[in-house]
Design a protein around this ligand. Structure first.
Ligand code: GTP
Ligand code: MG
Length: 148
C-alpha cells in the first residue's frame, strides 16, 4: 500500500496541534505506520528541502524547521500521498480552503503547520531521510475492512 511522509512543523507542535492533525488522518481511514517527536539537525533540514536551495527563502525555511521539535509521521493507504495534500490545503494559507489543515490553522506561508510529500518519489525519499526501516510498523487493522 502507498505510504507518505507527513510532519507537523514546529509551529504546529508549539500550538498543540499534533493531536488534531493526527486525528484527521486517523478518522479519514489511513493507517499510521510510524511516528516520532524529533529535533531536525540542520544538515537533514537542508537535504529535505534541497529542491528549494536556490530560493530566496531557503535560509528562513531551514531556520524555521529547525527552530523547535517536529512530529514526523509515515501514513499508509490508497492514494494517501495526493489525499493528504488535499487535506493539508494549499501552500499559502490564504489560498487554502476552510476545512483543510492550513485553511483552518495557517495564516502565513512560512508557518503553515504541516509538511506532506508531493509525489511518490519524494515520499520514498523523505521516508528514507527521516525513518529507519525498523521504525516502521507493519500490522493488521480490522477497521480497514470497513474502509476498503
Ligand atoms: P511542504 O509540504 O512544506 O513542502 O509545502 P508545499 O509542498 O506545499 O510547498 P513547497 O514545497 O513549494 O514549499 C516548501 C515550504 O516552503 C512551504 O510549505 C512553505 O512553508 C515554505 N515557503 C514556500 N514559499 C515561501 C515563501 O515565499 N516564503 C517563505 N518564508 N516560505 C515559503
Ligand atoms: Mg513541498
Amino acid at each position: 500500500m502507498e505510504k507518505t511522509f507527513l510532519m507537523v512543523k514546529p509551529d504546529g507542535v508549539q500550538r498543540n496541534l499534533i493531536g488534531d492533525i493526527t486525528a484527521r488522518f486517523e478518522r479519514k481511514g489511513f493507517k499510521l505506520a510510524g511516528a516520532k517527536l524529533m529535533a531536525i539537525p540542520t544538515e537533514l533540514a537542508e537535504e529535505h528541502y534541497g529542491e528549494h536551495k536556490e530560493k530566496p527563502f531557503f535560509g528562513e525555511l531551514v531556520d524555521f524547521i529547525t527552530s523547535g521539535p517536529v512530529f514526523a509521521m509515515v501514513w499508509e493507504g490508497e492514494d494517501v500521498i495526493a489525499t493528504a495534500r488535499t487535506m493539508m490545503g494549499a501552500t499559502k494559507p490564504a489560498e487554502a480552503a476552510p476545512g483543510t489543515i492550513r485553511g483552518d490553522y495557517g495564516v502565513t506561508v512560512g508557518k503553515n503547520v504541516i509538511h506532506g510529500s508531493d509525489s511518490k518519489e519524494s515520499a520514498e525519499r523523505e521516508i528514507g531521510l527521516f525513518f529507519d526501516e525498523k521504525e516502521l510498523v507493519d500490522y493488521e487493522k480490522d477497521s480497514l475492512n470497513w474502509i476498503y
